[in-house]
Ligand binder design. Structure first.
Ligand SMILES: Nc1nc(=O)c2c([nH]1)NC[C@@H]1CN(c3ccc(C(=O)N[C@@H](CCC(=O)O)C(=O)O)cc3)CN21
Ligand SMILES: CC(C)C(=O)C(=O)O
Ligand SMILES: [Mg+2]
Length: 286
């Protein structure tokens, strides 16, 4: 009889480090919670970067509306349009083979109600080929989540700090501090789970509260600035790779210094051109 160790068995199915090469589905995400497996998610906004993360084994890629400030030069996520999300989501899907691609529904594309949400989510599923969409809000967005899920579009919810409301907050403050705010966050978490969300992002909430939400839900939580006890962790890729210019939020850990590296490459190229060192003989045709 062939002996298969439980650890090896587990790693075959693992979202990160697993051996399956087919595209990951929302059911795989749910199964990871049963195994108490932690998993990474990164944003991606173009095919080339997405292919790097896909080949690195990142199981879930988010075409975040953070493309507004990271990629399109806006001040916040508020101006991002459906056309922009659809274009870059299609690129990320084309650049990946294994990752589940989730696209943010941008500000103004679902707030009018469930029918508007369904029209825009359907466009991202059909036109870009994403496997799921994400939208902001707990109890306030439950009707939208319910109609999308009933219509066959998996939904990742997003509660705690919801950056599309930056003008209402007047900034990006930590959420869920104090008993009343904590109870509201727990109600929001239950509401999105009951509406059928397959996972929920918890942004900028105290670690203890995020741990409590994670324990009390049967769907996975994905933390950003929400402490170590969430099921998954997500970061904006330009932040974690050291590409973002200037100050980054306290929850960011930088795993590379791409901004420095890319600037160095640009300066080295410029000096070679100005000094005549590039192109050399091996770069020339006769
Ligand atoms: N590049 C980038 N990274 C992100 O994580 C991100 C975006 N853009 N754009 C959309 C939102 C905005 N985000 C932010 C932005 C700033 C803080 C921030 O600095 N918050 C304060 C909280 C202090 C408090 O309330 O106690 C901080 O100091 O971390 C947090 C999240 C997260 N999202
Ligand atoms: C940071 C994540 C959760 C996000 O919504 C985004 O990148 O837009
Ligand atoms: Mg977003």
């Amino acid at each position: 009889m062939t002996h298969v160790s439980p650890a090896r068995n587990q790693s075959d199915k693992a979202l990160y480090g697993g051996t399956s090469s087919r595209r990951i589905t929302v059911r795989d995400i749910a199964a990871a919670k049963e195994r108490a497996e932690k998993w990474p998610m990164l944003t991606a906004y173009d095919a080339m970067t997405a292919s790097v993360f896909d080949q690195a084994g990142i199981p879930v890629l988010l075409v975040g509306d953070s493309m507004g400030n990271c990629h399109l030069g806006y001040e916040s996520t508020v101006p991002v349009t459906m056309d922009e999300i659809a274009l870059l989501s299609a690129a990320v899907v084309r650049g990946t083979k294994r990752a589940l691609v989730v696209a943010d529904l941008p500000f103004g594309s679902y707030q009018e109600g469930p029918v508007q949400a369904l029209r825009n989510a359907t466009r991202l599923a059909k036109e870009a080929g994403v496997g799921a969409v994400k939208l902001e809000g707990g109890e306030r967005s439950a009707d939208q989540i319910e109609l999308l899920v009933q219509s066959g579009i998996p939904v990742m919810a997003h509660i705690g700090l919801t950056p599309q409301s930056v003008n209402a907050y007047g900034g990006y403050p930590v959420q869920g501090r104090g008993e009343e705010a904590a109870q509201q966050l727990l109600r929001d978490a239950k509401a999105v789970q009951d509406a059928g969300a397959f996972a929920v992002v918890l942004e900028l909430v105290p670690a203890e509260l995020a741990a409590e939400v994670t324990r009390s839900l049967h769907i996975p939580t994905v933390g950003i600035g929400a402490g170590p006890d969430c099921d998954g962790q997500v970061l904006v890729w330009t932040d974690m790779a050291g590409m973002t210019d200037g100050r980054v939020p306290r929850f960011v850990k930088r795993y590379a210094q791409l901004r420095q590296g890319l600037g160095d490459a640009a300066r080295a190229f410029a000096e070679d051109v100005v000094g005549g060192a590039y192109p050399a003989e091996e770069h020339s045709f006769h």
